[in-house]
Ligand binder design. Structure first.
Ligand code: HEC
Ligand code: HEC
Ligand code: HEC
Length: 354
């Protein structure tokens, strides 16, 4: 008995060296071209599905998937996912089909996953498969927008998809020198007029040029977390950023129809006077008037949903930005959910100054 126990211990101690030795001989075939054995393939998928099902138990699933982010999610899909998974009307490329494991056509598989599971896959990616994680782990709202988009995918017609991810090309005359070729990328979501094609995409037309430039650099360096904007800006040469900021800043800021009116009067009181008892500062001191710091953005006429989303991110310390963003983080720290809804309603109703 004792001898057997000793043999077992020696066997266990030698095993790792044996495995390293076999790996060193080059016996294992790592070629993707020959595929996996059926049993290996079954085992890997079994392990992946079990892991995702398990970790998805900790995901806080919203009652309703947000619809407002469908357009930017589709735009992100076109740049960041279609290259492997294909898209409505766009079959997967030969390179994607030669990957191991092969990225599936998602229209055929999303129904096999629950919302929380899709969230888990899109946010964290899948190890050893080539399926990447979301570009930032700092916020979940964009990932949920992508899950909502994936739910629409199986029934989405190619024309609907194309309308979501493309706009008419900007005309040559309308382009600021230095922006050639890159405006099409931005117009996908911001529109040729720079007013934003969804309530979550802010109007950048007529916004302060220096704010736009510093913000684009903040996205490029990861100082302002947004998977959607980071992917897009990182695809553009940094040398183009000043021209892009100049271009959008020079476009006329149009008036949008406000999407939220309730609470605007309460919001106006906070905006003008703040709430000194709670150390909530007056917003207007920094956001209105022409004498303010030019890096502070114009927020009049942004959608209530965009303003509220950004305020929540500031409050939770997840909204970076220019070198002045810590000021705004402390301004938002003591806002309640109701305050946020009220000030968002107030500023969304104001006509832009330009
Ligand atoms: C570099 C290629 C690549 C990119 C880019 C990519 N994926 Fe994947 N994806 C994969 C691979 C490979 C798998 C794993 C397939 C497997 O083992 O079943 C996968 C799996 C998935 C799955 C699980 C489907 C299933 O049943 O296996 C979903 C959902 C998914 N990807 C969504 C996305 C989304 C959304 C994006 C863009 C944000 C994206 N992927 C970007 C390669 C990619
Ligand atoms: C796939 C959709 C998409 C594309 C493509 C895109 N954007 Fe954005 N953009 C967004 C969304 C969504 C936001 C809000 C992100 C956030 O919450 O920080 C945003 C935010 C911005 C902001 C911040 C504005 C503010 O008021 O703080 C700027 C500036 C901007 N985008 C410029 C650009 C430029 C320039 C391009 C082209 C290189 C571009 N975007 C491409 C969707 C997109
Ligand atoms: C002390 C100055 C200051 C005060 C007070 C202030 N802000 Fe700001 N705010 C800023 C700065 C600076 C930024 C830009 C942060 C960045 O992206 O770098 C900003 C950004 C914002 C943004 C994001 C705009 C965009 O385009 O993304 C919103 C929304 C906003 N503020 C709303 C408010 C509201 C509502 C209040 C009042 C409760 C307020 N701010 C008070 C300085 C201030």
């Amino acid at each position: 008995m004792r001898v057997r126990g000793r043999n077992l211990a020696i066997g266990l101690a030698v095993l790792p060296f044996l495995v390293v030795f076999i790996a060193w001989t080059g016996f294992f075939n790592v070629a993707a071209s020959t595929g996996h054995w059926k049993i290996t393939e079954w085992f890997l998928h079994f392990a992946m599905r079990s892991s995702i099902r398990n970790y998805a138990l900790w995901v806080d699933v919203p009652n309703q998937l947000p619809r407002e982010g469908l357009q930017p999610a589709a735009g992100h899909f076109a740049r960041g996912c279609a290259i492997c998974h294909g898209a409505p009307g766009e079959p997967r490329s030969a390179a994607a089909l030669a990957m191991l494991p092969q990225p599936p056509d998602l229209a055929g598989v999303v129904e096999t996953w629950k919302d929380g599971e899709l969230f888990r896959i899109v946010k964290h990616g899948v190890r050893y498969t080539g399926m990447p994680a979301w570009p930032t782990q700092a916020r979940d709202d964009e990932v949920w927008a992508m899950v909502a988009f994936l739910r629409h995918l199986p029934s989405m017609e190619p024309v609907t998809y194309r309308a979501l991810v493309h706009t008419e090309a900007p005309t040559r005359q309308g382009q600021t020198p230095g922006c050639e070729g890159v405006l099409t990328e931005c117009s996908r979501c911001h529109g040729v007029d720079g007013m934003g094609r969804s309530p979550l995409t802010p109007p950048i037309a007529g916004q302060s040029e220096i704010y736009l430039l510093e913000t684009l650099r903040a996205y490029a360096d990861g100082r302002r977390p947004s998977g959607i904007m980071q992917l897009s800006v990182q695809a553009v040469d940094r040398l183009h950023l000043p021209a892009l900021a100049r271009h959008f800043s020079a476009l006329p800021r149009k008036t949008r129809v406000s999407d939220q009116n309730d609470g605007a009067m309460r919001g106006e009181v906070i905006a003008r006077r703040g709430r000194p008892t709670d150390n909530v500062p007056a917003c207007s001191g920094c956001h209105e008037g022409s004498a303010r710091n030019p890096v502070y953005p114009d927020i009049e006429g942004q959608s209530a949903l965009y303003i509220a989303t950004q305020l929540r991110l500031f409050r939770e310390g997840q909204r970076g930005g220019t070198r002045f963003s810590p000021i705004m983080q402390s301004a938002a720290r003591r806002l309640s959910d109701e305050d946020i809804a009220d000030v968002a309603a107030y500023f969304s109703q104001l006509a832009p100054k330009h």
